[in-house]
Design a protein around this ligand. Structure first.
Ligand code: HEC
Length: 132
């Protein structure tokens, strides 16, 4: 009996874990991202990010299984991918080198001031998740 209850609890726990790791639209996210309070610029960046980047990089930079990598990830810490890497990625595109998702097409419809706001947002997320 005790074992049955224990097994039930374990199953419930696993179910909750899977639920938490599913994105809004049912796509699997790759990392669990804590969202900090955002300043005005960061909030603008969040809106732009949702419009231009989330379809591949997932809501809140959490990545999307089979689609695109998380940006809230140690690979993208400022000392390895400084802000210049973000401007270059958006303006020129990226040849696949860290992951197996394929190339990132350039997003030439996103302006430089918009990229600046998106970077502010991503850095805020990274800091809140211990990546700085
Ligand atoms: C069509 C899908 C797609 C979209 C849209 C997209 N990306 Fe990417 N991005 C990728 C993929 C895939 C990679 C990983 C390439 C690799 O294997 O290293 C990537 C990599 C990156 C990198 C790392 C560049 C480097 O030097 O390694 C940055 C920064 C980045 N994306 C930022 C953004 C931002 C900001 C946006 C929105 C303006 C965006 N991406 C939109 C698919 C996308």
């Amino acid at each position: 009996m005790k074992q049955a209850i224990l097994a039930g609890l374990v199953t419930l726990g696993a179910g909750a874990g899977i639920y938490l790791l599913s994105g809004r639209d049912g796509q699997s996210v790759m990392v669990d991202v804590q969202i900090p309070p955002l300043g005005v610029e960061e909030q603008r960046g969040a809106t732009l990010y949702a419009q231009h980047c989330a379809s591949c990089h997932g809501d809140n930079g959490a990545g999307r299984e089979d689609v695109g990598p998380p940006l809230v990830h140690i690979i993208y810490e400022p000392s390895h991918h400084p802000d210049g890497a973000f401007y270059a990625a958006v303006q020129l595109g990226v040849r696949a080198h860290h992951w197996r998702f394929g190339d990132m097409p350039r997003q030439s419809h996103v302006t430089e001031p918009e990229i600046t706001q998106i970077i502010a947002y991503i850095r805020a997320l990274q800091r809140a998740n211990g990546i700085d």
